[in-house]
Design a protein around this ligand. Structure first.
Ligand code: CAA
Length: 383
């Protein structure tokens, strides 16, 4: 395995780093305090090819590959996690349509995602009583002549406020568990598809997280994504890829936090010396960079396998688990290095710690990642 980046991968990483430094980092505190990210920034990211990174060029994607996507996501995550999660979900939606959509669905929606005509995509799987266990969902889709009629509700839907296109899961057969779930493409503004409350969150506050009420929502037959009953597998396969994105994002937040704390430690004088000269602080810095580097390599390995077309379910869960848990630990260490300054709004550490917290929750909690990994290691029947 080659651990060196290609010239193209390095260029994409630098492009994303530059964009994050200039366009995202200076506004990240404002995005947090106003709970609003900039749609024009999302459009600029689409123009740079960041909204369809693993999409073939014939559909308007930049076809940069999964490793480049992971590298870019880490850089965007350093600059603004709210923007990064929007990019992650948008790429995931573009990819799911590319993988399972009909040619008509691909040509209708993917170029609009890649060009930024849809500010983002959204992944409407979770319900209030079906989070870790999506097969318990209650939303239903009934076939009625040439239409499907959807009813139900969704909870915690990232980008619900402004997404142009939603992948929505509902049961087409209530009696067959996961095999009775189907996926549909629903455009923003469709009658009966009502975007509700934007949750007040601890972190990643610029990224809206909405409830959705679905009442008598009539969709043409060709809104079905893939085959009837294939929805659960579509969701699982999309989440495998999504977890690479969230792992990469978490590494970015952790790096931003420890970078800041490292610079601070060199200039903060106590007992007549910079605190970076004390071994207790050096240990925290050394452990943080080491653990983040290990996480980054694990996530990149999952990205590499996905790029090569090899099954990567276990590696994606390992990467997401390790990166999100590590980044949370690193954010708290970095905050500790700043002492009282880490706890006040004037400095970014409390924001990094808040923004990082959700990475062990969304796209599968750490407990779900462990379940996936254990099943893969033991064989599902032995768990
Ligand atoms: N790839 C392909 N197929 C898969 C799969 C995978 N990774 N995982 C499971 N399947 C298939 C199984 O093979 C099985 O198929 P058959 O019926 O043909 O045998 C079917 O799916 C059902 O599988 P399981 O019996 O394993 O399903 P389960 O109910 O036990 O659940 C789970 C497995 C891993 C716990 C899964 O429910 C899960 O991942 N839960 C977490 C959900 C999650 O991550 N939600 C996040 C919401 S989206 C989000 O956060 C996005 C955002 O906005 C930021």
């Amino acid at each position: 395995m080659n651990l060196f980046l290609t010239e193209e991968q390095r260029m994409i990483q630098e492009m994303a780093r530059d964009f994050a430094e200039k366009e995202l980092k200076p506004r990240a505190a404002e995005v947090d305090s106003t709970s609003r990210l900039s749609l024009s920034v999302l459009k600029a990211m689409a123009d740079l090819g960041m909204m369809g990174m693993n999409i073939p060029s014939e559909y308007g994607g930049s076809q940069s590959g999964v490793v480049s996507y992971s590298l870019a996501m880490t850089e965007i995550g350093k600059g603004c996690p709210s923007t990064a999660v929007t990019m992650a979900v948008t790429n995931m939606v573009a990819e799911v349509i590319a993988a399972f959509g009909s040619e008509e669905q691909r040509t209708q929606h993917i170029p609009r995602i890649c060009r930024g005509e849809y500010p983002s995509g959204a992944f409407a799987l979770t319900e209030s009583t079906a989070g870790s266990d999506p097969s318990a969902m209650k939303s239903e889709a009934k076939r009625w002549g040439d239409e499907y009629v959807l009813k139900g509700s969704k909870t915690f839907i990232t980008s619900g406020d402004f997404a142009g296109i939603f992948v929505v899961w509902a049961k087409t057969d209530k009696d067959t568990g996961a095999r009775g779930i189907s996926a549909f493409l629903v455009e923003q503004g469709t009658t009966g598809f009502k975007i509700g409350r934007n949750e007040e969150k601890m972190g990643q506050r610029g990224s809206p997280t909405n409830e959705i009420a679905i009442e008598d929502c009539r969709l043409p037959r060709n809104a079905l994504l893939g085959q009837e009953g294939e929805g659960f597998k579509i969701a699982m396969m999309a989440l495998d890829g999504g977890r690479i994105g969230i792992g990469s994002l978490a590494v970015g937040i952790g790096l931003a936090a420890i970078d800041y704390a490292t610079h601070y430690a060199k200039s903060r004088i106590q007992f007549g010396k910079p605190i970076s000269s004390f071994q207790a602080i050096q240990g925290m810095i050394a452990d943080s960079f080491t653990e983040l580097e290990a996480s980054r390599l694990l996530v990149l390995r999952a990205a590499y396998l996905k790029e090569k077309g090899v099954r990567f379910t276990r590696e994606a869960s390992m990467g997401k688990l390790m990166a999100s848990e590590t980044a949370n630990r690193v954010c708290y260490r970095a905050l500790q290095i700043l002492g009282g300054y880490g706890y006040i709004r004037e400095y970014p550490l409390e924001r990094y710690a808040r923004d990082c917290r959700v990475t062990t929750l969304y796209e599968g909690t750490s407990e779900i990642q462990r379940l996936v990994i254990a099943r893969e290691m033991l064989g599902v029947d032995n768990v």
